[in-house]
Design a protein around this ligand. Structure first.
Ligand code: CP
Ligand code: NVA
Length: 301
């Protein structure tokens, strides 16, 4: 059996393919705006396994499939046999004999790898504890739309060295931007990921130093899904890492602000910044739809 093409992390695509997806996402967005009917996935089905909550990922994938002439099925452990202990391998084997592509949002990245290893069809990472590659497709599309190519630019990541941060590390490697990371001690991104992209990454103790001259400032929640019981200690550890107007003033004057959402105003970002003129978070959220349509088209046609 020919191995299907999976998208578990950004490193599953080449730099050229990443750029193609961005260009294509921008084209597909223009087509939707123009009312052009384009249905390359007629009669195709996307299975979506969600072990964690979601607003954007679910709605963007489901809407994308409808726009492409196909359909999507939402599957949660609460009401599938996955939640009653049916092995991941068996679930992957069965689902992939029926649907054409599968998106999985889960905790351990190894679950996703296990799922993919037993799937006959492409598996897409809709977020794991390690990576959130679909979000990076949207973030990069958004940067390209507003400012052009990101190669040679500087991006500042302020906050948790989490799944989003890890995907930024991969994106820096592929698209050729410099990534400044400011995370509190104990919350830094995984060492092996930093090492693999060392030439592009700089770690900073002081968020202001990380943001200095940056073209894009990005942050994310202090406690990710599954870390709710660490809320108190994290709030303490991250208290000096809020992206507020004062921190943004160190960035380039035309710097953009991004956040994958959902956001906690008054924690990782001030209301003034996320609702202010440099913030492109709504475009970023919308682009999940267009970027993932580009990905589905790429994997399936
Ligand atoms: N950014 C993101 O993935 O949002 P959801 O959790 O709402 O899908
Ligand atoms: N880091 C966050 C991203 C949510 C889209 C989480 O994993 O909860």
């Amino acid at each position: 059996m020919k191995q299907p093409r999976h998208f578990l992390s950004l490193l599953d695509i080449t730099a050229g393919e990443f750029r193609h997806l961005i260009t294509r996402a921008i084209e597909l967005k223009a087509m939707v705006r123009a009312g052009t009917l384009y249905e390359p996935l007629k009669n195709k089905t996307l299975g979506m396994v969600f072990e964690k909550s979601s607003t954007r990922t679910r709605v963007s994938f489901e809407t994308g499939m409808v726009q492409f002439g196909g359909s999507a099925i939402f599957l949660s452990p609460r009401d599938t046999q996955l939640g009653r202990g049916e092995p991941v391998e068996d679930s992957a084997r069965v689902l992939s004999r029926m649907v054409d592509v599968i998106m999985v949002r889960t905790y351990a990245h190894e679950t996703l790898e296990l799922f993919a290893a037993h799937s006959r069809v492409p598996v897409i990472n809709g977020l794991s504890d390690l990576f959130h590659p679909c979000q990076l497709l949207a973030d990069m599309q958004t940067y390209f739309e507003h400012r052009g190519d990101i190669a040679g630019k500087t991006v500042a990541w302020v906050g948790d060295g989490n799944n989003m941060c890890h995907s930024y590390i991969n994106a820096a490697h592929l698209l050729g931007f410099t990534l400044h990371i400011a995370s509190p001690p104990g919350y830094q991104p995984r060492q092996h990921l930093i090492q693999a992209s060392q030439a592009r990454i700089q770690l900073f103790a002081d968020p202001a130093e990380a943001v200095r001259g940056a073209d894009l400032v990005v942050t994310d929640v202090w406690a990710s899904m599954g870390q709710e019981d660490e809320n108190r200690e994290r709030r303490q550890a991250f208290r000096n890492y809020q992206v507020d107007q004062r921190l943004m003033s160190h960035a380039a004057p035309d710097a953009l602000f991004m956040h994958c959402l959902p956001a906690h105003r008054g924690e990782e970002v001030s209301a003034e910044v996320i609702d202010g003129g440099q913030s492109v978070v709504w475009d970023e959220a919308e682009n999940r739809l267009h970027a993932q349509k580009a990905l589905l088209e790429f994997l399936l046609t």
